[in-house]
Design a protein around this ligand. Structure first.
Ligand SMILES: N[C@@H](CCC(=O)N[C@@H](CS)C(=O)NCC(=O)O)C(=O)O
Length: 163
């Protein structure tokens, strides 16, 4: 889809945003409600309330930091540069370090439940995005610098889901 078509196309969605998952004619409009729903179907959520809350917490935090980067997408280059440099100096290291600490606090292998959950997948997608080098002014070395544990987590989870 050419980007020029998006402003008209998005009006079909309830909040003029994606993602949207439609199930039996009803839309789910929030990434994390979609994540939770499909994770439950796939056995990647926890039946334990506390472990489920840990999954939710990780998904919410990653959603917040991703939204900070998304908010720079349609800025002028100057504004984009200054906003992203501020993120690189402040919020991105904070979220990377906090997520690494969270992983360590839960045993170092998984974010919750001592097994693969949707929280691991949400973090994996975020980290892969940061490593791709598609985001101007956001150095790819940021993850290695602030959260090497998350690099190892990403490698492990990718291997596990490919197996
Ligand atoms: N709270 C929503 C936010 C979704 C959101 O921000 N979607 C952005 C793309 S990442 C969007 O579709 N924005 C409309 C636009 O770019 O025109 C969620 O967590 O799923």
């Amino acid at each position: 889809m050419p980007l020029a078509e998006w402003p008209a196309l998005k009006r079909q969605y309830p909040f003029h945003q994606v993602p949207v998952l439609e199930v039996d004619g009803q839309p789910l409009t929030q990434s994390n409600s979609i994540n939770r729903y499909v994770a439950k179907l796939a056995g990647l959520y926890s039946a334990d309330d506390w472990q489920a809350a840990l999954c939710d917490d990780v998904m919410g935090a990653v959603g917040d930091v991703v939204q900070l980067v998304v908010s720079t997408f349609f800025l002028s280059d100057d504004e984009n540069k200054s906003k992203r440099e501020a993120l690189v100096a402040d919020e991105l290291p904070l979220y990377l370090q906090q997520m690494a600490a969270r992983l360590n606090a839960n045993g170092g292998e998984y974010f919750a439940n001592q097994r693969l959950t949707i929280a691991d997948l949400k973090v994996l997608i975020w980290i892969k995005g940061l490593l791709q080098g598609h985001l101007d002014y956001i150095p790819v070395g940021l993850v290695a610098e602030h959260a090497p544990e998350l690099l190892r987590h990403a490698e492990r989870i990718e291997k596990k889901i490919a197996a």
